[in-house]
Design a protein around this ligand. Structure first.
Ligand SMILES: NC(=O)c1ccc[n+]([C@@H]2O[C@H](COP(=O)([O-])OP(=O)(O)OC[C@H]3O[C@@H](n4cnc5c(N)ncnc54)[C@H](OP(=O)(O)O)[C@@H]3O)[C@@H](O)[C@H]2O)c1
Length: 248
């Protein structure tokens, strides 16, 4: 039985991951703010332990990690998934929205790592999975507050790779395309190759079993974005504007 620690497990991709891993009889320690959602998931399975915490609160995260250790032993796999997304019009910059994205999406991961890494070092091994996004690859329309947090996570994971890999801690970054969740329900545009949260969870679980640092999915969408990623700026802006209607 593996002990998984998942942040943002009350909804969307995190909840789908928790349900699938529980079904395979793995222990899941889950963090989110909505206690009622966690309680409902806990009721539905024997292997789920919910911890109400805000990932922005470093001491609350430390307490959740500590409590999960006491209940289920050392964390084998941490999936740092909690995140928010609010589409932004770049003509109206609201610093508080940008700061909130950084606090939840980036510092929320750092707060988790601060307690999880020492535990994995003491256990002489572990596995950390950080959920980024293809929106971290290059700037996309409406993603001015969100995209930079996902780019920061990719850079963070790359830096940590050098320190953690020699300590037998596997670190991976996952870059999903569009997934149908509460987060993307606010989008007023067509989302190509949209996946269900359950299918996204399957991709993440498959990616975790692979010997790769980064895993992007679905390939039908991410191959196109990878191509765009390496284009010269002028071509990139022209093609993305044409595809999305941005700037018209
Ligand atoms: N959906 C997509 O298309 C997509 C694409 C690429 C990447 N991603 C990434 O995948 C991850 C999950 O996204 P999702 O689409 O599943 O979103 P979601 O359905 O909105 O779920 C977000 C989860 O994060 C939790 N959360 C948010 N703020 C939190 C906080 N301050 N403290 C603790 N938990 C918090 C929420 O729980 P509470 O509200 O109960 O706290 C919820 O469980 C995010 O990192 C997102 O950026 C999503």
């Amino acid at each position: 039985m593996t002990h998984y620690f998942i942040t943002g497990a009350s909804a969307g991709i995190g909840a789908a991951l928790a349900k699938k891993l529980n079904k395979d009889k793995h222990h899941v320690s889950a963090v989110a703010r909505r206690a009622d959602r966690l309680a409902a998931l806990q009721k539905a399975t024997d292997y789920f332990c919910g911890y109400q915490a805000d990932v922005r609160d470093a001491s609350a995260m430390a307490a959740a990690v500590d409590a999960s250790f006491k209940t289920n032993g050392p964390i084998d796999v941490a999936i740092l998934n909690a995140g928010i997304y609010v589409p932004q019009d770049g003509c109206q910059i609201s610093p508080s929205i940008y700061a909130e994205h950084m606090d939840v999406n980036y510092m929320g991961v750092v707060n988790g790592l601060a307690s999880i890494v020492p535990q994995m070092l003491a256990a002489r091994g572990g596995h950390i999975v950080i959920i980024s996004s293809v929106a971290g690859w290059r700037g996309l329309p409406k993603a001015a507050a969100y995209g930079p947090t996902k780019a920061a996570l990719i850079s963070l994971a790359e830096s940590l790779y050098f320190d953690l890999t020699p300590k037998n801690i596997k670190i991976q970054i996952m870059c999903p395309g569009f997934v149908d969740t509460e987060a993307t329900a606010v989008n007023d545009f067509d989302m190509p190759d949209l996946l269900s949260a359950e299918t996204a969870a399957d991709h993440i679980i498959a990616g975790m079993q692979r010997d790769v640092f980064s895993h992007a999915f679905p390939k039908s969408f991410t191959r196109k974005l990878k191509f765009l990623k390496y284009l010269p700026d002028r071509l990139y802006f022209a093609l993305v504007s044409k595809q999305t209607g941005a700037g018209s």
